[in-house]
Each structure stands twice: as structure tokens, then as C-alpha cells.
Design a protein around this ligand. Sequence first.
Ligand SMILES: C[S@@+](CC[C@H](N)C(=O)[O-])C[C@H]1O[C@@H](n2cnc3c(N)ncnc32)[C@H](O)[C@@H]1O
Length: 359
Amino acid sequence: MDSCLKSEPGTSAKPLMEILHDCADGYKKFTALKAALEMRVFEQLTVPRTPEELAETLGTDPGLTENLCRILVSLGLIVREKGCYKNSDLSSTYLTAGSPLHQREVILNLANGLKLWEQLPGILQSGPIVASEEQYFANNLIHSLAREALCGELQRTVGLVTRCVEFEKARKLLDLGGGHGLYAIAFAAANPNIRAYVYDFPDVAQDTRQYIKEFRANRVEVLQGNFFQDDLAEGYDVVFFASNPGGKNRHLVPKIYSCMNEGGLFINKHCFYSPEEYSKSALLDMEWSLTGFAGAAKENRVYSFAGDLFFEDYLALLQEYFNIIEIHQAPDFAGYPLSKIGDTLDSKIIIGTKKTGAE
Ligand SMILES: C[S@@+](CC[C@H](N)C(=O)[O-])C[C@H]1O[C@@H](n2cnc3c(N)ncnc32)[C@H](O)[C@@H]1O
């Protein structure tokens, strides 16, 4: 015991302290950012204010408010000029409630995810927190995905599809498991002849309608159902299928094929695995495994479900039904590695046209 007081440890504590520093630093920054959002600091700082003015408007302690402002300056979220604070371009664009690009839902979703992590010891003992698939999606996740997609991934993805000649000729589009429906909304906006249908669970429909209203998309409608069990209707010239359970499942391929017109365009946008691939991220695998669906069984790697095919096998299956015209890798379209869903993780976009007589 005494030797512990006299000599330094044989193993340096530096790597451990670095881990702890990163943990504490990230947590404090996140908490400060979330507090600023909750207190509506960014709404107040659309005009320059002194710390005293800001504290008075918010009803907060002036000294602590100044501390918060200094943290936000260090993060590049506000700037200080002539004794006043005001929003930076970053926060004006992404953190003020009036902006269509605001990321409040993404931050809320990250906070919800961290609350789940706090339950990790119990989850390790008793297994994932299970909800119905419908309940799982009918929370803030849809809004978080929507706002995050608007940061660039949606525009890049839509750009890759709309340049296809088949898209120009299309009249009827299905956004399968479309959730927020922003992809359908953007596709309809890009082609005035398109009527688009967002297919999702009934519980998600009201959220989808909210986005249809926000973007005044009068050629976009909602279809309610469970694509594993229900009919998809028919006559689609384009089917867009992104980030869904079933996105790598063999049983949905013939079903999608049957709902399309000859020569129609099928776009599959998912995160695939190859047989030799063990994991894409240990942290994301754990986050994925904290919750389960009653309905589509998750596997313990991020974005994996029971019955998923590996990329090569899924592509071979698709080739029986579609002529594959383009495959895009994540850097061509994906967003930034930010939240648990919507990151770059080897996602691919596969674009094919419907073959004749593959039934
Ligand atoms: C991760 S979100 C993806 C939303 C959108 N496609 C995107 O890429 O941002 C998955 C969506 O698929 C829907 N979904 C999942 N399983 C479904 C099923 N069996 N039938 C219909 N919709 C389903 C969920 O409700 C959710 O809105």
C-alpha cells in the first residue's frame, strides 16, 4: 500500500484520463447546447444582446448566462462583438425554431438515446426494451430523420434519382416506409407530373401529413399499411425504399416488383454488410441493441434484421427482377456521421429498372 504513495504507477493513467476527459467534455458540451435550446437562447440572439439583456429576457442568472454564452462561443454557435452576443451562421441556420433546417429534433433524439444508455446495466441483464414496430417509429425519430436528411443527404439522394430518364417519364411514385415523406415530397416537387404516395404505419400518418402541409405538397398522399403483411397497390413508375426493416429482405423484392409498371425505377437505399464484416461500430451496435421491435426482429449489429441478405446476395436477387443501372456509395450522397440513424456507415443506393416477365 505504501509503495502506492511513494512511486508512480508502473502503468500510465494517461490513456484512461484521456478517455474520461473526452467523456466529460462531450457530455458538458451536449448539456450546454441542450440547455441553450430549451431556454430558447438562439431565438433571443437573432439580434445582438449583452449578457445582461439576455439574462433579463430569459429570466436567468446573469453570471451563469455569461458562462453559457462563453461555452457557445467556444463551440462556434454564437459570436461576441462589441460586448454583445449574437447567433453565428451555423446556429441561425440549424438551431433557431423559425428555420426549416432546424435540428432541434435531432438533438432531442440524441438526448432520448442517451437516456436509454443510462439504463444499460438493466438492459444487459434483462434484454432490450421492446416496443411494437409502430410505437418505435411513431415518436420523435421520424422528425429527427426528417430534419437531419434536409442537411444535404436528401438533396443529394434526390439529385441522383431525378437525373434518370425513367424519372422524367414517371407519373406515380411510392415512398415505401417513407415516414416523414420528405423524399416523396422532394420527388414530387422535382417532377410536376408525379403523384407520390407515402406508405407507412397508420400511427405515422399524422406526422407525414404535417410535412405534406409544411411543404405545401398537394400531389403527395398517405397510404397506411404494413408492407410485410398488406398490399402495396400497383401501377407505380418509381418505388423509393430507404432505411427500412425489410430493405435487405428477400421476401419484399417480388412484392415490390409486382406493384411496379414495366421499366419502372426501383431505388433501394440501405446500409449493407458483406459476409466477412463483423461490425461497423461497436457503439452503434450497442445503441441498436438497446431497443427491440415486436414485429421485425433486430439482429445485434446496427441496421440488421433477421432474414437480411448480405449485399452481394441481395444484389444477385435484385438482378433477377431488375436491370441494375447505378450503384452509389455513401460518400456520393450520405450525410455527416452525426446521429444514430442517418450516418454514412457504408450505405448504398441501388437503382434498377423493372425487367419484363421476371415473376
Ligand atoms: C428509419 S424510417 C425511414 C424513413 C425514410 N424512408 C427515410 O429514409 O428517412 C423507417 C420508416 O419505415 C416505417 N416502417 C417500418 N416498418 C414498416 C412496415 N412493416 N410497414 C410500413 N412502414 C414501416 C417506419 O414507420 C418508419 O417511418
